[in-house]
Ligand binder design. Structure first.
Ligand code: N01
Length: 569
């Protein structure tokens, strides 16, 4: 009984979030380990980030044949994607198919946003309370909240928004009934992956679209297309190879990174390689030379190529100048891919406002006021991003041992062991949390890996009559240091003042590189190593003498293994 005289619902494990990770975790814990398990989901349906992000043009930038679960052959046999990149609606359709197939709905509580999760030391239980007053008691709590959830969407603090006479929306919380732009003057703020996807579609129906751009972004054509029967046949025949490749390479995507360095080829060959990569489209452009992500001079060559491409597409030289005025290193911000983004600026009904040189001063009743001018608008679209990775967790009041709050423990930036656990928070697991490869990968790959690692860990504990697991302070410290070491070897480090990977989009957020930059293949090998050594780096059972896990020095072996693996395809 709790204070209100209501019964707590008692469970072995409780999962927060019904996106890709939460749904698969339910299958793993309920169907395979036999745990009593439920999911608490804030939305009124499944899909996580795809449930909320249904803005026009919402589409995944991972190729569809890698953006599905690989754990079940039958499911793989049954499902066929229709396009090279899956659109939001098709992703939801896919997940509904999974929910039906594995009979998941009966164990999901919808409209159940979690407000707090407190660890009770006496009982070794997590007490979880939702916005609508439901209370749960569980031994294991799995935060499958995603990296960019709806609670963490950001609307910059512009004064006057409350007086705006028209309608306004954040792309990460898009109305399910859609928005009719017909005949409307639309103002879009933000040109990240989201803004770049949505602008071309809004421009098709709006009477006028004004894009307010602070920093321009690089973008490569997605080259999206329907998947034909030849490709479906290729998938059927090569499934195991593709699976092996995406699960062991650096970023979980189904393509090869070139071994060729940019200055090892002639200028002519370099141009040809860039052209081919541009034509092929998508995120693989980053991998057309081996050193784009590591060598600033190589990166500059890619920047030069990409800027020339933009200039060749955008007819108005003033617009082209504003669209190519980047001051970040290519790839240090998540590189978007697009369908007709730059072409959109050739339309008569699209204008571009450079709010870097003339910042937005306020929202006024009839539109937006920048330092230079006023713009009359009927609808505002905020494509202004998220308090990524930490936001979804810190928006819940999480308290661990001795009532310590996660918000306090992470005030100088997130600290985890493997991105899976946090010292001081026993039996709490995070899927694709800070300190794991997560957003640097095709997300489904780290999701499956985490879910299965957690499953294996809890299976081991069950078998050995253990019901307490906590990362040690020592392991967490070593892991944080290891994370810093690996990111320092990459060009990501140049994104400190530009990229949400570093929290740079949130005023006052500590500048800590949040994902693990050492590559998925290496990360997975480390996680397996920890498990093989009976969960070294964690305290288990009643033994409070957990040994610190020392991450191996950056070894090239795993990378070499990656390359060999990818070469086989
Ligand atoms: O958000 P963002 P997003 N005044 O933070 C601008 C994933 N995703 O929603 O660059 C004016 O990238 C800000 O400007 P600046 C993907 O991981 C995936 O687009 O800070 N402008 C920027 O242009 C992605 O990285 C897919 O100067 C302001 C924009 O808002 C992540 O989600 C699709 C401003 C925010 O860009 C987030 O992408 C979509 C202000 N005060 C998203 N504040 C796919 O799979 C912010 N901005 C394809």
């Amino acid at each position: 009984m709790n204070n209100n005289g209501l019964k707590n619902i008692k469970l072995d494990s409780l999962i927060i979030g019904a996106g890709f990770s939460g749904l698969y975790q339910l299958i793993a814990l309920r169907n395979r380990l036999g745990f009593s398990t439920k999911i608490l989901e804030a939305g009124n349906g499944i899909g996580g980030t795809w449930y909320w992000n249904r803005y026009p043009g919402a589409r995944c930038d991972s190729e569809s044949h890698s953006y599905n679960y690989y754990f079940d052959d039958e499911l793989l046999d049954e499902w066929q994607w229709s396009e090279r990149y899956p659109g939001q609606e098709e992703i939801i359709k896919y997940l509904n198919y999974v929910v039906e197939k594995f009979d998941l709905n009966k164990d999901i509580y919808f409209n159940s946003r979690v407000l707090s999760a407190h660890y009770d030391q006496q009982k070794n239980k997590w007490l979880v309370v939702t916005e609508n007053g439901q209370r749960f008691e569980c031994t294991y709590l799995i935060a499958a909240v995603g990296c960019l959830d709806n609670s963490s969407s950001i609307i910059p603090k512009f004064s006057g928004l409350e007086n705006f006479k028209g309608d306004w929306y954040h792309t990460g919380n898009w109305p399910h009934e859609g928005v009719d732009f017909k005949g409307k003057r639309v103002g879009q703020i933000g040109t990240g992956s989201t803004g770049i996807q949505t602008a071309p579609i809004i421009a098709e129906t709006a009477s006028h679209l004004t894009v307010f751009q602070r920093n321009p972004n690089f973008s490569v054509p997605a080259s999206n297309r329907p998947l034909n029967s030849d490709f479906q046949k290729y998938l059927r025949e090569n499934r195991e190879k593709i699976k092996k490749m995406i699960q062991s390479n650096t970023n979980g995507h189904p393509f090869l990174f070139s071994e060729c360095k940019i200055f090892d080829v002639s200028e002519e060959e370099r141009e040809e390689i860039f052209e081919r990569a541009w034509e092929n489209g998508g995120l693989s452009f980053r991998g057309c030379f081996q050193d784009i992500a590591f060598d600033k001079k190589a990166n500059d060559m890619a920047v030069d190529f990409l800027k020339r491409k933009i200039r060749s597409i955008v007819k108005n030289p003033e617009k082209a100048k504003v669209l190519t005025n980047m001051d970040h290193v290519f790839g240090t911000k998540r590189p978007p891919i697009d369908t007709n983004y730059f072409e959109t600026f050739n339309r008569d009904n699209v204008s571009l406002v450079d709010v870097k040189s003339s910042p937005i001063e306020s929202i006024i009743p009839k539109g937006i006021k920048t330092k230079k001018e006023e713009y009359e608008l009927d609808i505002l679209v905020f494509a202004t991003g998220f308090d990524a990775m930490t936001g979804p967790l810190l928006n819940i009041d999480i308290q661990g041992l001795d009532g310590k709050k996660l918000r306090d423990i992470w005030k100088d930036g997130p600290k985890t062991f493997l991105g899976i656990q946090i010292a001081g928070f026993p039996n709490l697991f995070t899927i694709t949390g800070p300190g794991s490869p997560s957003v640097l990968c095709n997300m489904i790959v780290p999701i499956e890996q985490h879910v299965e690692w957690i499953e294996k860990c809890l299976g081991y504990m069950k078998k050995n009559n253990i019901n307490y697991i906590e990362a040690t302070q020592g392991s967490m410290k070593k892991w944080v240091e290891h994370n810093e070491d690996v990111v320092n070897e990459t060009l990501f480090i140049h994104g400190k003042e530009h990229s949400w990977y570093f929290g740079a989009n949130i005023p006052g957020k500590p500048r800590v590189f949040m994902p693990y930059a050492g590559g998925m293949g290496r990360y997975k090998a480390i996680c397996n190593d920890v498990a093989r050594q009976n969960y070294i780096g964690f305290k288990l059972g009643n033994n409070d003498k957990g040994k610190t896990y020392i991450p191996p020095k950056l070894s090239v072996d795993i990378l070499v293994e990656d390359v060999l693996m990818t070469k086989k395809l």
